[in-house]
Structure formats: C-alpha cells, structure tokens
Write a protein that binds this ligand. Structure first.
Ligand code: ZN
Length: 668
C-alpha cells in the first residue's frame, strides 16, 4: 500500500545533462500541454529499437493489456465518472460553436482536468473540480450533442458536476469522521467504516503468518442487510475490461522471454479469472523472483492510496524494460543491502537479520496506465504484502526515462533563482541534484521500504490512517541518512563527499516551504508523501533549533532556507529514523499519530501565502504528468507482428479521446 515514490516538486536539477535528440536531430519537445495546475509532458523510450522482435511483440501486447484497463480505475474513483466522461467527450467532439467563447474555454479546461485525474476529483488533493461554465450552457450543449436524455443517470451526472455538496472529496482522511461515508470513491457502497472494520476484523486471523491482502480486489457493499464483497474478476465486477486484459495477456504470453515469465503471466491470468487472493500472492512471489527477464510489467490492483482504509488496490499498469547501463548503480546498492541494514541507526531488535532478495534496477517505461497515468511515480517497490517481502524480497525500480523528462522540462524555469538562498547552493544543486535525487529514489525503493522488521505479533495495519505517511517517512529517512555515508563514495556511487548536501538542501526546502504550492490556502496537508516530507523537515527544523542546524532567513521580504550544519542534520535524520522504525516495529499507533499530527498536517498560513505568491510569479505548474508514446504494430497477412514502431507525436486530448473511443470496454 505504500510502494511508490512520486516527484517532490518542480525542481530544476543538473543543467549538464545533454538533451536527447530525435532522429532528425531536432531537440525533443517535452512539453505537450499546460492548463489549470497541470503541465503535460511526453517521455522518450530510449533503446526500444534495440529490443528483439519478440521483446517488441511482448511489449506491444502488454501495452494493449495496460491501456484497456483504464475504465476500471475511472469507475473505482467515482461511481459516475464513466458516464460523465462519455458526456464530456461527446460534447467536445460534437461542438460546432465558437471555440473562443468563455463558456467553451472553461469547459475545455474542465475536460482536460477530468481526463488528467481519471475522474472529477483532483488526482492529488482528491477535491472535486469546480466547473467554470454554467449549468445552462452545459445542458444546451448536451442536447445539441444528442445527449439530453441520454442516460438514466443524467440527474446524478449533473449533480456530480454542478452540486458542490455531492461527492466533494474522493478520499477523506480527516480524523474523527466516518472515512468511508465521507469519501466519494466507489470502493464501498452503502456501508459504514465501522461495518467495514468489523467485517474484515472477523476475517483476519492475527496468527496467520501469510495473510492474503484482504479487500484488495473487491467493492464492499450490503446484500440482504449483510456486508458482502463484490469481486473484480472475469464474470464479476469489471468483467468486460478484465476480459480484454486477459485476451492481451494471453497473446503476450506467447512471446515471454523465458518459462518463469510465462508462468508469471499465466498466474496473473488465473487471478483475473478467479479473483482468488491466494493466487495473487502466488503470482506476486513468482513476479518478485523473476529477475532474469529484461521486459517487465505490473498490471492489476496494486496501490491502495485511493482507499481511506488502505485496502483496495487501484487498477494500474506499467510496462517497462531494463536500462542495463544505469542498472549498475542499483545493482551495487542491492549487492550491499545487508551492510546498510546492519549499520542502520535503529534499535538492533528492529533490523532484519538477513535482508532477502532486494533486487533493484533502473528501467525505461514503455507505457503508463490506470493509476500510473498521466501522473506517474518515478520509483516503485513491490509487492506490498509484508510477509512476501520478508520471505521472498521485493523488486524495486527507478524509472529513469521519466525522471529524465522531468529534469529536461525543468531547465530554466526560474525555480532555483527564486527559492535557493545563494549562488554556491544553486551551483551545488546544478552539479549534484540529478544524481543524488536518483540515488535517493534508489535507496528509498530498494533499501528503505525493504528494511527493518515488525516485532512478532504486531499487526501490519496497526498504524491505520498514518501507515502510508510513516512508511514513506521511514523509506525517505533511510535514504537521506545513507546519502551522506562515506560508503557511497567507497562504492563509487558518488565522487564528492559533499554531493549529498544537494539532496539535503532540496529536501528541507521542499518539506518546509516549496511543496506548499500544491496546497490551497486554508487547507491542511493530506497526501501521504507530502505529509511525510513535512514531517521530516519540520521535525529536523524543530529539533535542531537550539543549535541552529536549519534556519529560516528573511531577506528582502522573502523567506529562505539556510542549512548551517549538514552533519548535525544527518544525525537528526538518523534519530528520527530510529523512532519511526520503533513505531512501525512495535505498532505504536499513539506515538505515530502524535508525530503526524504535530509535524505533518498543519501549515503556517503566512509562509504558505508567501510560497503561493512567489510560485505564481514563476508560472510553474505544481503537477505534471505524461502522454504515452504510440505503438503501432506492423502485421503480416497471417496476423503475425513483424515490427513495432514507436512515435511521439500524439497530443494530450487526442490521446485521451482515442483511449476513450478504442479502449473503453465498460462504456460500450
Ligand atoms: Zn515509497
């Protein structure tokens, strides 16, 4: 439930990385679209042409299996997302009027927002979008598009779009409220939080050493007054989409790189066919242990950030293949995993005696889908089940063609000039942020999440709504602590003992200040990664205050972060790691709750206002995401693929409309 890393903010890093060139040597155009608080980029897939024909065939069918699952996520996010999308797209494609009209412009912006968020709630804040066009205008357009009385749920569709009181938030985390009843997602229907907790409480056996991931692939509802689960599977919920996924996985299986990978795909098909969670665990183990294949993918109900109780997996898929050269970095780290575990600044009782199979690689994404699209993680560590991680290890990846695109698109955006305190610090960031940021992701994913252990009998869900935040904090602190370790120089991963300061500075600046650009005035921080980052930065700031480890300096009416003692900051990271690991290992909910409430949630309104104003002048989008490349298969007469071509010319809305038209099994 906690296994992804997302980009902190719109940082500009190493200016020295050369821009990738397209075949005709024109610089690659990374920026595709800009609207609201979003910038859409594209990414390249380096070395796709160097793959074998069978690898290309495999990737092609896996990308088809990825895109075709998209509707599942839309429906998981909110009950009426799919009919809303159909209506919006019908109006957009049929529109005959003036495109400079203010109502139309507001409508187009809304459509772009909804497409980006896979529904009517912001992908990050999960607040419902506010349409800038009138109900009257919209109704008239719907009628013109022949959609006036188009669906029996028209009334709910209109209320969802226009009534602020209907489904205001997709995921509500506010303490003290019924998180199920107040969250608009479609993972639960007609049940209270208490009923859900009682239901799963009765299913779970605390003594079971290998528990399945309860609720991962179900909607919880009531039948004849009793709580029941509706299973996502062939013949169950989302069957038409799952059938298309299975069809493409079956085609992919013929081109698997080896028998182990063929078996991985076969077991995933079994899982989709039966919905059986023990089968999913078997699939996950086989997937974790397949480290020989170059092409790899995830496809299924994986991360549970969209569920306030952290159980149901949002559907997603990422298809990728290994970047051999860059993978040497992560292979070095994982080859030394036991050394890092043994020297970690936590109570030895909470360390793993034997770190199992941490495998890490650097990959290039070939397609992003479902919950990983268009906003996407830059690192992933799976599987999520604690007992599988303990017994079989985990697979960890850094998605370098995505971090590369972020970095390229950030150059010259004015961020450093505005927020970084002085020229030497800016130079430090220019020289070392790209590499230390990537290393931070590597360490976070392949060591941080995999480190430490629970004491016997501790419920893995004991930290409840703070589980994700504290888990991210644990992984980040592990990475931060070791980024400054001479071991990294010894291993040849860094060439300068001061390089880590670039990541430290960025981390504190982001956690104390710049990430606030993503929060609306007056609101608290809610998203787990953001809470984690503020928790760490604030805690370090407060605990280093008397020694002035970190200072907030005022200059010319602006606030700047100044780090006076990087060594002391590293010690603080180590101390906090010790405490967060203790909380996790002992399942100390009360202490975890206190840490989060005290440091991670509340925002200083004055500093917040200042950050928003300074950001507004820069016009940097707080959020970014990606369009996918287009894969075109070339067929022989007998239907065999003879080549797969990749192009990077499709724009944002055209891609969304094409997916809506050709890959929408739940609306047809
Ligand atoms: Zn993480």
């Amino acid at each position: 439930m906690i296994a992804r890393t997302i980009l902190a903010a719109a940082f500009a890093a190493a200016a020295t990385v050369p821009a990738m060139a397209t075949t005709d040597d024109k610089p690659f155009d990374y920026v595709v679209d800009r609207f609201a608080d979003i910038e859409v980029l594209r990414y390249q897939v380096p070395d796709f042409d160097k793959l074998s024909l069978d690898q290309k065939r495999l990737i092609y069918y896996l990308t088809e299996a990825a895109i075709v699952g998209r509707d599942i996520l839309w429906d998981q996010n909110y009950k009426y997302n799919l009919p809303i999308r159909q209506l919006l797209e019908a109006i957009y494609t049929g529109y005959q009027g003036d495109r400079s009209d203010a109502q139309y412009q507001a409508f187009e912006k809304y459509l772009k927002q909804v497409e980006f968020a896979n529904g009517i709630h912001h992908h990050y804040s999960t607040d419902k979008f506010v349409p800038g066009f009138s109900r009257e205008w919209f109704t008239a357009q719907a009628e013109k598009a022949g959609q006036g009385a188009w669906t029996p749920v028209m009334e709910q569709v209109m209320a969802s779009i226009f009534d602020p009181a209907v489904a205001p938030k997709r995921v509500n985390q506010a303490a003290g409220q019924d998180l199920i009843l107040t969250s608009a997602n479609n993972l639960y229907d007609g049940v209270t939080q208490q009923e859900v907790e009682d239901y799963f409480g009765a299913l779970k056996n605390p003594a079971d050493p290998t528990p399945v991931s309860y609720g991962l692939n179900t909607r919880v509802t009531k039948k004849d007054g009793k709580v029941v689960e509706q299973v996502y599977k062939l013949g169950g919920l989302y069957s038409p989409a799952i059938a298309r996924i299975v069809e493409n996985l079956t085609k992919a299986m013929a081109y698997a790189e080896n028998d182990a990978q063929r078996m991985v795909i076969a077991r995933l098909i079994d899982f989709y066919t039966t919905g059986d969670l023990a089968t999913f665990d078997d699939y996950s183990i086989r997937w974790t242990e397949d480290t020989a294949s170059d092409v790899d993918f995830i496809n299924g109900f994986i991360e549970s950030y969209g569920d306030p109780l952290g159980m149901t997996g949002a559907w997603e898929s990422i298809v990728n293949f290994k970047n051999g050269e860059a993978s040497q970095r992560t292979e070095t780290i994982s080859a030394n995993a036991q050394w890092f575990e043994d020297h970690s600044p936590v109570d030895p009782r909470f360390r793993k005696d034997k770190v199992k199979g941490v495998t890490a690689k650097v990959i290039n994404a070939a397609i992003l889908a479902g919950d990983a699209y268009p906003a996407t993680p830059i690192g992933i560590n799976l599987p999520n089940a604690n007992w599988i991680r303990a017994a079989h290890g985990s697979k960890s990846v850094t998605i370098e063609n995505i971090t590369k695109a972020y970095d390229e698109a950030s150059h010259g955006n004015g961020f450093n000039a505005e927020f970084v305190i002085d020229a030497p610090t800016s130079k430090l960031l220019d020289d070392y942020l790209f590499i230390t940021d990537n290393l931070h992701t590597d360490l976070h994913e392949c060591l941080g999440h995999g480190s430490g252990k629970l004491l016997p009998g501790v419920d893995p869900d004991a930290l409840k709504e703070h589980g994700s935040t504290l888990e991210e904090a644990r992984a980040d602190l592990f990475a931060l602590y070791y980024l400054a370790d001479p071991k990294l120089i010894e291993l040849g991963l860094l060439d300068n003992p001061d390089a880590y300061k670039a990541e430290y500075y960025k981390y504190i600046l982001n956690g104390l200040m710049t990430q606030l650009m993503r929060i609306e005035p007056g609101k608290d921080i809610e998203e787990a990664h953001m809470r984690n980052r503020q928790l760490i930065a604030r805690w370090a700031y407060e605990h280093g205050k008397k020694d002035k480890v970190i200072e907030l300096k005022r200059r010319g009416g602006k606030t700047y972060v100044k780090i006076n003692d990087y060594n002391a900051l590293r010690d603080l990271f180590g101390q906090l790691l010790g405490e967060v690991q203790r909380i996790k290992s002992e399942g100390d909910y009360a202490a975890g709750n206190k840490l989060v409430e005290q440091y991670a949630v509340k925002v200083d309104p004055k500093l917040h206002r200042e950050v928003l104003d300074r950001y507004a002048k820069l016009d940097i989008a707080p959020y970014r995401g990606f369009v996918n490349p287009v894969y075109e298969a070339v067929y022989e007469d007998n239907g065999t693929i003879t080549d797969v071509r990749v192009t990077y010319t499709e724009d944002y809305l055209p891609q969304m409309l094409r997916y809506g038209r050709d890959y929408s099994p739940l609306t047809k």
